[in-house]
Design a protein around this ligand. Structure first.
Ligand SMILES: NC(=O)c1ccc[n+]([C@@H]2O[C@H](COP(=O)([O-])OP(=O)(O)OC[C@H]3O[C@@H](n4cnc5c(N)ncnc54)[C@H](O)[C@@H]3O)[C@@H](O)[C@H]2O)c1
Ligand SMILES: [Zn+2]
Length: 361
């Protein structure tokens, strides 16, 4: 069991990582004062596996659990589902000390965090992430949101949870594709921000790939430490937190361009990291070899490192829509592994040349 504190000013909270954390949830929660009920937002798949163990653990803390069911995946992050949850809280007379719990992947976490932040101007919120992506990334940092038809995450607030309980045992049932998608975020932390993690993944990723609880605990804890440190330094996403977007400029563009039919987030950022490494090499801002090392790591984790790309012109147009676009295309590039830097004004011609080398028309 590992505990990592996210030191945001005035609202610090702990992330508990380990196997069996859900069954002992009562031991890992902070004082929730007058709370009598926990409203647990979860889809059917996750609720079938984890609602009962969570509910029986919380009874020991004097909390009665109520399940609020939502659709699976990204389909949960809509204003309609958000509104339906608010109605359920209101009709069940949830009071301002009661707790909302997000039990599931990043979609359920983003949605339920937004519900908790806005119902009665804010009630306590606890994250119980059950995907690798949510454990290493989405559950930490307080970004909540739902989507609009016009785009992803367009409505939301920053609101930190009271606690995050990351049970690595829950990852056993994750579909391979969802697990691999999370491995792309792990690779991002390793390459951009944690060279010790990188070395250990390069040495032997077998335990992680086999989802051995000990290996998962180590890897999730390392990623959480990096995210916690970054969030504490930059809660509102102004500076250092940009580094967490390594590989995401091309990643987001690919997700936008092959909306719904295409790659998962992790698959898209995997290509994004290959692109960023090749771009840094071509601009001479890093030593040669970064792209090869990136490709080898991603391939060893079962991730895509080359593949069909939309036309370069469409990708460049999508870059201009990126929130990091402030007058020129702005990228997080590495000077070396573990040494990220924000580079403004990357010439479009340089980006285009690398995209074309990677096969974009
Ligand atoms: N707030 C943030 O900082 C942040 C960061 C990264 C991603 N996100 C958001 O997270 C979302 C993606 O989250 P995700 O990748 O976790 O996927 P997800 O939440 O969309 O879930 C994917 C699927 O996994 C299933 N699932 C979840 N846990 C499972 C388990 N233990 N066993 C079997 N199946 C399980 C779900 O039923 C669902 O079908 C996106 O909406 C993204 O915008 C937010
Ligand atoms: Zn990501």
């Amino acid at each position: 069991m590992v505990r990592v504190t996210v030191g945001v000013k005035g609202r610090a909270y702990d992330v508990t990582i380990g196997s069996g954390v859900i069954e002992r949830a009562g031991d890992h929660l902070p004082d929730l004062q007058q709370a009598t009920r926990a409203f647990v937002v979860a889809d059917r798949t996750v609720a079938d596996a984890w609602f009962e163990p969570l509910a029986s653990a919380l009874v020991d803390r004097g909390l009665t659990c109520v399940h609020l069911a939502v659709p699976r995946g990204e389909g949960a992050k809509t204003l309609e589902v958000y509104e339906a949850l608010l109605h359920q809280l209101a009709t069940q007379e949830a009071h301002r000390d009661d707790v909302v719990v997000g039990l599931g992947g990043g979609s359920v976490g983003d949605l339920s965090g937004f519900v908790a932040a806005t119902y009665m101007r804010g009630v306590p919120f606890v994250q119980v992430p059950t995907t690798l992506t949510a454990q290493v990334d989405a559950s930490i940092g307080g970004k909540t949101a739902v989507n609009l038809p016009e785009g992803k995450n367009l409505v939301g607030v920053f609101a930190q949870p009271r606690a995050v309980l990351a049970d690595v045992a829950s990852l056993a049932t994750l579909a391979d594709r969802d697990f691999r998608s999370g491995l792309a975020e792990v690779a991002k932390y390793a390459i951009a921000l944690d060279v010790e993690l990188l070395a250990s993944l390069e040495r032997d990723p077998a335990g992680l790939l086999a989802r051995e609880p000990g290996a998962l605990e180590d890897v999730v804890a390392r990623c959480v430490r990096v995210k916690a440190r970054t969030v504490a330094a930059d809660e509102r996403d102004a500076g250092e937190r940009l580094f967490l977007n390594y590989g995401h400029t091309l990643g987001h563009a690919l997700e936008r361009l092959d909306a719904f039919a295409g790659r998962t987030h992790g698959e898209a950022i995997s290509l994004g990291m290959v692109f960023a490494a090749r771009l840094a090499e071509s601009m001479g801002t890093c030593e040669p070899g970064l792209a090869g090392r990136t490709t080898r790591l991603l391939a060893s984790l079962g991730l895509e490192t080359a593949g069909a790309l939309p036309p370069a012109g469409e990708i460049l147009a999508a870059f201009r829509l990126d929130k990091k676009y402030q007058g020129g295309v702005r990228f997080v590039l590495l000077e070396d592994v573990g040494r990220p830097a924000v580079v403004d004004d990357v010439p479009e011609a340089a980006a285009r040349a690398v995209l074309e080398e990677m096969g974009a028309a």
